[in-house]
Design a protein around this ligand. Structure first.
Ligand SMILES: [Zn+2]
Length: 472
């Protein structure tokens, strides 16, 4: 970076920092003025989340002058801080309908809709009229405690307007006049924020993830998608840690949806794994920072929760009663256990074969095929169809020559049987050329956030003040 540009960047960073300070001050001021808006809308989870960033903000602000070389990533992290505060909602008469004076009521635990309407002095008849409007009954009959309904009552106490949230994105506003109901659907405003969450595992990954503000869905993306090929989460220990850059959608102070993970790093057993989200040829995937897919060409076991019951090689055949080469491996599992495609493939064969019973053969290209036998039934697949890794292709059974329900799994390379447990799998293709350039440009800021977060929290984890900071 040329010096002048660097100077400009630093100046910008100072402005950003000032902006954050301003934001935080503003936040306090608003809190003083509208305590109700904050207290009723912020759950403990939000505070935990926000306080983590507030503490980090203080840390960053203290540390930054010390190392200018790291200013850029620090600032990126920094720039996300104010975004973690939910937007302020102030209850006021709806500006769009100056005639309506809305009264907002929260549903209490155990309260029926009838009781709520009754408490507002609205007749059961009018309530039923509202429920009979198409699309209203279902969302109104499963309102959760804390959900908000708004009533607009006329001077004579008659219901003139009723407002509720039909879905996370839709707000319905009904106007009642002369026995008729006019419906207006408003889009509920949402904001997208990027936040960095990080935690060290004390009891469980789940607990640490929740404490850092991640949704259960985001935690599952880390374990079942990003790192499932590299980390055995059964072995995760106290002291292991993760950081994740999460894109969250918020609406009126509440996080909706799981939160999309843009990048994550996981450190276990002294080794750090990093995955960053990238869309390539219409497919979303997670890649290493140098552009290699984290997804392996083949999963280790095409069946979840199964026991290896017979290995590859010469054995005494249990049904034929003589020595036979076992050309695959067997996994014992209960009938009906789903069987997954071990890798992206074209379906080469679906049907019956002697001995194998119901069998599926998948062609993975480059001379690699896999075979799945003794199925009780097939998944929704047909010959010639493309399936992606993990697609359910059938279910465990004991059709053909089998003593009990199990999956017989074969792996062939150019027609030759190989031991699926030891064969060297072809590595997935790394990104190249333009795709790699695009990947680098797009993922660098996200990766920098992870890096700065990790440096900030764990580079000198022994320091008591920093150890305090990461708990937020
Ligand atoms: Zn077998």
């Amino acid at each position: 970076m040329p010096l002048t540009e660097h100077g400009r960047a630093r100046k910008q960073q100072f402005h950003d920092r000032l902006g954050i300070l301003h934001h935080r001050t503003l936040h306090h001021k608003l809190k003083e003025r509208f305590p109700a808006a904050f207290n009723t809308r912020w759950t403990r989870r939000h505070w935990v989340h926000a306080s983590l960033f507030a503490t980090l903000g203080a840390l960053v602000a203290t540390i930054i002058p010390g190392f200018s070389a790291q200013l850029e990533p620090q600032t990126r992290l920094h720039a996300t801080l104010p975004l973690s505060l939910p937007p302020l909602t102030v209850r006021a008469p709806n500006a769009a309908h100056p005639g309506h004076q809305w009264e907002v009521v929260q549903v209490r635990a155990g309260q029926t809709l009838g009781a709520l309407f009754d408490s507002m002095g609205v007749s059961t008849q009018v309530m039923h009229q509202i429920l009979e409007q198409p699309g209203n009954r279902e969302p109104l009959s499963r309102l959760r405690p804390g959900a908000e309904l708004a009533f607009a009552l006329g001077d004579d106490g008659q219901l003139e307007g009723f407002r509720f949230d039909r879905s996370p994105t839709e707000r319905v506003e009904l106007t009642l006049a002369g026995g008729r109901i006019h419906e207006k659907v408003l889009e509920r405003a949402t904001t997208t924020r990027v936040a960095v969450a990080s935690a060290e595992i004390e009891h469980s990954l789940y607990a640490a993830g929740r404490k850092a503000g991640l949704s259960p869905a985001s935690i599952a993306v880390m374990t079942d998608e990003i790192f499932k090929y590299d980390i055995d989460f059964k072995d995760v220990q106290r002291g292991d840690r993760f950081s994740a850059v999460v894109e969250e959608v918020w609406r009126e102070g509440e996080r909706i949806g799981g939160g999309r993970i843009l990048a994550a790093s996981f450190t276990t057993n002294g080794k750090t794994y990093t995955g960053v989200r990238f869309e390539h040829e219409g497919k979303i995937g997670y890649y290493t920072p140098d552009g290699r897919p984290l997804k392996k060409s083949f999963i280790r076991m095409p069946i979840p929760y199964a026991r290896l019951s017979s290995k590859f090689g010469a054995r005494h055949h249990p049904v034929l009663g003589k020595m036979r080469m076992h050309k695959g491996v067997d996994y014992a599992a209960t009938t009906g256990t789903p069987i997954m495609a071990a890798g992206d493939a074209k379906v080469q064969f679906v049907g019956q074969q002697r001995g194998y019973g119901n069998v599926v053969i998948l062609d993975h290209g480059k001379g690699h095929t896999t075979l799945y036998a003794h199925m009780s039934r097939f998944g929704k697949i047909r010959k010639g169809q493309s399936v992606s890794q993990g697609t359910v292709i059938g279910y465990v059974g004991s059709t053909g020559l089998a003593t009990g329900p199990h999956l017989h799994y074969e792996f062939r390379v150019n027609g030759q049987h190989r031991n699926p447990l030891s064969v060297t799998m072809p590595p997935p293709e790394p990104l190249k050329g333009e795709a790699l350039a695009a990947f680098r440009a797009q993922t660098a800021p996200t990766l920098a956030r992870i890096e700065s977060m990790e440096k900030l929290l764990y580079a000198s984890a022994s320091k008591p003040d920093q150890a305090e900071g990461k708990r937020g």
